[in-house]
Write a protein that binds this ligand. Structure first.
Ligand SMILES: Cc1ncc(COP(=O)(O)O)c(C=O)c1O
Ligand SMILES: C[C@@H](O)[C@H](N)C(=O)O
Length: 374
């Protein structure tokens, strides 16, 4: 039963459609072959992103996955390299093991705490000792993720990042931040984004998430690092021709949408409060720091897969996080009335499922291809 023609898409902040301003900028973009020389719009955008992030240089890449892969492979350019990263990190869980299958880099996971951090003493303990060089991989890199997607969009503090940076420096290691949502963290923490990443040798920044660009990420770091990253991007097939068309849209996203992230976070809290009033759900309200809301379903009759299917019949899109919880993500194209409409639809979906009147096409255990969970 469709109660509203408009689709309220809460699956992710990757679902935004380009704004009219982005489309106009794309149409008007001054472009050239970025492989044969330098697309002027890409060059301007990369210089602006380096300035904003407080790094020497920047490189536009087609996706966050490629941004992380290129960054890890530049830092870990010798055989037998190992990277220390979170066991629940996007790089380790959702990027097809690319650092290993493509880059030959060995992952050394450390448990992620619920707040997205890894215990500093466990990071230090994970660093391979020189004495074992005959047997062990060689630690070259530590990766953090801010905000942390699988930990509910939690923010890593600048104090924590600086401490990990000190550990990396004192052990001769590099530090990469998967900053897919670094602007969400900067806004939620009230810390300028260049200060937040000061300790990092490289950062990947998604333009196609909360910033609303249709495509792309940017890597920032030293000029020497970005020069190597540019070659590796080409090796991976990421060299692009008139890429200014995409950079023009991304530039509009950075200019127009960063200022809207605080409102995304406010709406996420409104959504979380509403969900917490539904007695079959539990939400840890203190964990809603940015634009993501995870809620657990206590009633076994209501599975995440069933709930998402019934919501889809009402044009509200959501994704199971796993077999017991659902993830909802706010972005700037979700209005306050969309939030209220979604809450009403969720309440009605729960009633339909519990009354037995809900219709399902197919059921899975929640870990389907279209689920975020694992
Ligand atoms: C934390 C994080 N890092 C990296 C990525 C990868 O970005 P992309 O989907 O553009 O490859 C995502 C999700 O998309 C993410 O949530
Ligand atoms: C699914 C995942 O890869 C994506 N980064 C998201 O958060 O939606």
């Amino acid at each position: 039963m469709v109660t509203n023609n408009k689709v309220v898409d809460l699956r992710s902040d990757t679902v935004t459609k380009p704004s009219e301003a982005m489309r106009a900028a794309m149409a008007a973009a001054d472009v050239d072959d970025d492989v044969l020389g330098a697309d002027p719009t890409a060059q301007r955008f990369e210089a602006e992103m380096a300035r904003i992030m407080g790094k020497e240089a920047a490189l536009f890449v087609p996706s966050g996955t490629m941004a992380n892969l290129v960054s890890v492979l530049v830092h870990c350019d010798a055989r037998g390299s190992e990277v220390i990263l979170g066991d629940n990190s996007h790089i380790h869980v959702y990027e097809n093991g690319g650092i290993s299958t493509i880059g030959g880099v060995h992952p050394k996971t450390v448990p992620n705490n619920p707040d997205g951090t890894m215990d500093i003493d466990r990071i230090v303990a994970a660093i391979r000792h020189q004495d074992g060089a005959l047997y062990y991989p060689t630690t070259r890199l530590i990766c953090l993720e801010n905000t942390h997607a699988n930990c509910g969009g939690k923010c890593l503090s600048v104090e924590y990042i600086d401490k990990v940076g000190e550990v990396a420096k004192s052990h001769g290691l590099k530090l990469h931040i998967d900053g897919a949502r670094i602007f969400n963290a900067s806004v939620a923490l009230g810390v300028p984004v260049d200060r937040l990443v000061r300790a990092a040798d490289s950062v990947s920044v998604c333009l196609s998430k909360g910033l609303g660009a249709p495509v792309g990420s940017v890597i920032v770091g030293s000029k020497a690092f970005i020069d190597k990253a540019k070659i590796l991007r080409k090796t991976l097939g990421g060299g692009m021709r008139q890429v200014g068309i995409l950079c023009a849209a991304a530039y509009v996203g950075v200019r127009d949408t960063v200022g809207k992230l605080a409102d995304d976070h406010r709406k996420a809290k409104v959504l979380a409060d509403g969900l917490n009033k539904i007695k079959q759900f539990t939400v840890d309200l203190t964990s809603v720091e940015t634009n993501m809301v995870f809620f657990d379903i206590a009633d076994p009759r209501i599975t995440p897969d069933k709930l998402c299917q019934v919501l889809e019949q009402r044009n509200v899109l959501a994704m199971p996080a796993n077999s017991k919880s659902v993830r909802l993500v706010i972005h700037y194209q979700i209005s306050d009335s969309d939030v209220q409409h979604a809450l009403t639809c969720i309440e009605k979906a729960v009633e339909e499922i519990l009354s037995g009147s809900a219709k399902f096409e197919h059921l899975t255990n929640g870990s389907t291809a279209n689920s975020y969970g694992h």
